[in-house]
Write a protein that binds this ligand. Structure first.
Ligand code: IFM
Length: 452
């Protein structure tokens, strides 16, 4: 594969998140997060798995950083466990042992010439704040700003790159409409919209807070986005696709980059009687201006495209012009590399995004070590190779994409799927916690060498 034009500026990294890898759930004053409570509630997570131990990264981070160093990445994206810093959430004083852990982690990364990218909220908020209404409660905005303040003040002398939230859609839609993430509610569309708004507002307020504490800070938010296309050219599928795009992509992109919400989304929800007019009173004067506070980059997590069908319409109506689908990963997500190029193009054409970083891209395949302890995950190799190829194509065309973080460093706790889905470039034996680099790890290592 060819080199990027501006190699020196392009970051090649790897990503993880706190609850998925750290373990040490009750050590050194950490309070319970919503994910501790959710995963310990019967029937919420496959096989009753939880993140109590996970990859035990809390104790093994020097070994994990050594693996990153050998891999050859220049950047590492990880998240902070909020309840390690504020165990209940409402405190006005940090839990120092929690801060100390991230201090050591950052120091170790820097000693290994790896640039830290810190995500403040990758979903594991303190349960104490959830008990006050979580993200549906507007007070959460100030809680997040406070948390951002202490973190950026504590680590800002060594960390320049900050991501406020990871994938707000997962919190608001999967948490309140589908119930697959905490707090596990279903069809609560009003709460879902309020959650999205408070996440965005807290992001907008945290940006200047972080910048005031960190010299030369680069601050952004990470969205999970995809390319949505109708399953057929029937009007039903097209209408459903526009709705999907509004709730998945535009609910976040429009306020961040256009200072407005997609009316189409609110109209359809009113039409479906999923919300009442009074549920839309959550936007206060000045909110949209705050939300659209300029950032230094947009983080994009891309996994697949979405082919949208109006399920309520008789199958037969939609039979024509079915879209041919590509192969699927073990998670059932279609492998569609071209979608990442299309998405980057859309972000430039429709939203004029100043800088984009692919903060996650990866796939779940269950390939395990063979008798020689080798993990021959060739489908993962091809997944990363083909997606990187599309990104570099976009870069060559002048789209301002400046980084790529593979998801994920190692197999980890995949939320409601527990340990059943493996996204890592490194195999983890969840009994012994042994790490075994997979073929994809060596492929990425060689690819990174070729980019130097
Ligand atoms: O594991 C998750 C991650 O936490 C957020 N983005 C998607 C990944 C795969 O599902």
């Amino acid at each position: 594969m060819k080199k990027t034009k501006k190699k020196n500026d392009f970051r090649w990294g790897i990503a993880t998140s706190s609850y998925q890898i750290e373990g040490a759930h009750d050590l050194h004053g950490r309070g319970p997060s919503v994910w501790d409570v959710f995963s310990h509630s019967k029937g919420r997570v496959k096989n009753g798995d939880n993140g109590d131990i996970a990859c035990d990264h809390y104790h093994r981070f020097p070994e994990d950083i050594k693996l990153m160093k050998d891999l050859g990445v220049d950047s590492y994206r990880f998240s902070i466990s909020w309840p390690r810093i504020f165990p209940i959430g409402t405190e006005n004083k940090v839990n120092q042992p929690g801060m100390d852990f991230y201090d050591r982690l950052v120091d170790e990364l820097l000693e290994n010439d790896i640039t830290p990218f810190v995500t403040l909220n990758h979903w594991d908020i303190p349960q104490g704040l959830e008990d006050l209404g979580g993200w549906t409660n507007r007070d959460m905005v100030e809680q997040f700003v406070k948390y951002s303040h202490y973190l950026s003040r504590g680590l800002g002398d060594r960390v320049s790159n900050w991501i406020t939230h990871n994938e707000p859609w997962c919190i608001s839609f999967l948490g309140y409409v589908e119930g697959r993430k905490p707090p596990g509610l279903k069809n609560e569309w009003a709460k879902s919209l309020h959650t999205a708004h408070h996440l965005l507002l807290s992001h907008g307020k945290a940006v200047p807070e972080i910048k005031s504490n960190v010299k030369n800070a680069k601050v952004g938010i990470t969205l999970n986005l995809n390319t949505a296309i109708p399953a057929s050219d029937s009007e039903y599928d097209k209408k459903e696709c526009a709705f999907y795009d509004a709730q998945f992509n535009r609910l976040y992109l429009d306020p961040l980059y256009k200072q407005k919400y997609p009316e189409l989304l609110f109209d359809r929800l009113l039409e479906k009687e999923a919300i009442k007019q009074s549920d839309l009173n959550f936007i206060q004067e000045g909110d949209l201006k705050i939300i659209s506070t300029p950032t230094d980059f947009l983080g994009v997590n891309y996994y697949s495209r979405a082919v949208i069908r109006d399920e309520s319409i008789d199958e037969k109506l939609n039979e024509n012009h079915k879209i041919p689908m590509g192969p699927k990963t073990d998670f059932g997500w279609e492998v569609y590399p071209r979608g990442i190029y299309d998405l980057l193009k859309r972000l430039q054409d429709e939203y004029n995004v100043n800088e984009i970083m692919i903060t996650e891209n990866g796939c779940s395949y269950g390939d395990a070590p063979d008798k020689n302890n080798k993990v021959n995950d060739i489908k993962r190799v091809e997944y990363h190779r083909s997606h990187i190829e599309q990104i570099l194509l976009a870069v060559d065309e002048g789209i301002p994409c400046t980084g790529y973080f593979a998801w994920s460093l190692m197999d980890n706790f995949e939320w409601a799927e527990g340990y059943s889905q493996r996204f890592g470039l490194i195999w983890v034996d969840f009994e012994s916690l042994e790490r075994v680099p997979k073929e994809s790890y060596y492929w990425y290592q060689n690819f990174l060498k070729s980019q130097k």
